[in-house]
Write a protein that binds this ligand. Structure first.
Ligand code: ATP
Ligand code: RIB
Length: 306
C-alpha cells in the first residue's frame, strides 16, 4: 500500500526503561512496581518504525553514542528495515527515557536527550534531498536541527509533517508552510496557550497554531476522542475507534506515521486522520513504544473487525 513512498524521519533515538505500577508515587512516597523492561524508543525512531512496518522505504536521520545502547538502537533500526546511514554514532551519550505506567495504562515520561540534542543541523539537512516524498520531525532534538530540516524539505516540495512532541513552546515562526502540524493535547496547550477541551477551544487553538506555523493542516491528537482537522476554513473532529487500553506510550508516534503515509498516498486529510486513528487504536492496545506499532497486516485485520 505504501511501498513506493520514500520517507525520512529526523528525530530522537532513545533507550526506554519502562516501569509498570498500579499507582505512580507521590512526592516522598515509595511504591512497588509490577514489572519493568528495556525497549527501543525515541519519538523519531518510533515514527520511523511505524513508517517501515507500514511498508514505506524509510531512512532515519539522528544521533546516538558509540555505547551499548547506541549499538542496540542502530541494530534495531536495521532489523526493522530502516536505512540508518544518516544516523551518526559519535554523540556523548545515547538518549534515554524512563517511562512509568500506571494501572490504567497512562504514562509519565522523563527524557535525557544526550546525543539527540547534538545533531548537527546542516549535516542532518544534507540527508534530505529531492529523492524523498515525505519528511517527519518531532521536537525531541535541537530546535535548530528541526528548523533546518523542515525548511529544506519545504523548499524541495517534500510533504512535511511536524509532530509536536514533547510539549514545548517551539518557535514555529522559524518554519513556515509545512504540510501538516500535529500536536497532542498538552502540546497544543504549550503552543497555543489553550487546552483543547471542547470544540470551541479546539478551534481557537488550531487557529493559533495555523497562524504561527502557516501549515496547510493542523491536526490535533485528542487521545480517546480521536483527532481534529483545521484547514483554515472548516473544523472536523474524527472520532477514535474503541480500544482496550493497555499502554498509550507512542500512540501519538504511531498515529503520525499512519497519518503521514495515508496523506501522501491519497492526498485526503480526512482519510489520513482516520488511518491515524486506526493505527493509534492498535498502539494503545499493546505494551511498549516501538513494539506497539502495527504492521500493514495488523491494520488490514483491524479494518476487517470494525
Ligand atoms: P503518547 O504521548 O502517549 O504517545 P499522544 O498523547 O501523543 O500519545 P494521543 O492523543 O494520546 O497521542 O493518541 C494518539 C492517537 O491514538 C489518538 O488521536 C487516537 O487516534 C489514538 N488513541 C489514543 N488513546 C486512545 C484510546 N483510549 N482509545 C482509542 N484510541 C486512542
Ligand atoms: O513517544 C514515546 C517516546 O517518547 C518514547 O519511546 C520515549 O523514548 C520518548 O521519547
Amino acid at each position: 500500500m505504501y511501498k513506493n513512498i520514500r520517507a525520512a524521519v529526523m528525530g530522537s533515538i532513545n533507550m526506554d526503561i519502562i516501569l509498570n505500577m498500579e499507582k505512580v508515587p507521590d512526592v516522598g512516597e515509595n511504591v512497588l512496581g509490577t514489572d519493568y523492561g528495556y525497549a527501543c524508543g525515541g519519538k523519531g525512531a518510533n515514527q520511523a518504525t511505524g513508517l517501515a512496518r507500514l511498508g514505506a522505504q524509510t531512512k532515519m536521520i539522528g544521533k546516538v553514542a558509540d555505547d551499548t545502547n547506541g549499538k542496540k538502537l542502530v541494530e534495531n533500526l536495521n532489523k526493522n528495515g530502516i536505512n540508518s546511514s544518516c544516523v551518526r554514532t559519535d554523540g556523548s551519550q545515547t538518549g534515554m527515557a524512563t517511562i512509568i505506567i500506571d494501572g490504567e495504562g497512562k504514562n509519565r515520561i522523563i527524557v535525557y536527550e544526550g546525543a539527540n540534542a547534538e545533531i548537527d543541523p546542516q549535516e542532518a539537512a544534507d540527508c534530505i534531498d529531492e529523492s524523498l516524498d515525505l519528511l517527519l520531525v518531532q521536537f525531541e532534538t535541537s530546535e535548530d536541527a528541526v528548523v533546518e530540516c523542515v525548511n529544506k524539505a519545504i523548499s524541495q516540495n517534500i510533504t512535511t509533517v511536524i509532530d509536536c512532541g514533547p510539549a514545548k513552546n517551539f518557535n514555529l515562526e522559524r518554519m513556515q508552510g509545512a504540510t501538516i502540524i500535529s500536536p497532542n493535547e498538552n502540546e497544543t496547550e504549550a503552543l497555543s496557550g489553550m487546552f483543547p477541551a471542547d470544540e470551541n477551544s479546539i478551534l481557537e487553538a488550531s487557529k493559533i497554531i495555523m497562524e504561527r506555523s502557516r501549515a496547510k493542516y493542523v491536526v490535533l491528537k485528542l487521545g480517546s476522542r480521536g483527532c481534529s482537522v483545521w484547514n483554515g476554513e472548516n473544523l472536523k473532529i474524527i472520532p477514535a475507534y474503541k480500544s482496550k487500553v493497555v499502554d498509550t506510550t507512542a500512540a501519538g508516534d504511531c498515529f503520525t506515521a499512519a497519518l503521514a503515509l495515508e496523506y501522501k498516498k491519497c492526498g485526503d486529510i480526512y482519510a489520513a486522520c482516520d488511518m491515524g486513528n486506526k493505527a493509534g487504536s492498535v498502539a494503545v492496545s499493546r505494551m511498549g513504544a516501538e513494539s506497539s506499532m502495527p504492521t500493514i497486516e495488523d491494520l488490514v485485520k483491524f479494518e476487517k473487525n470494525i
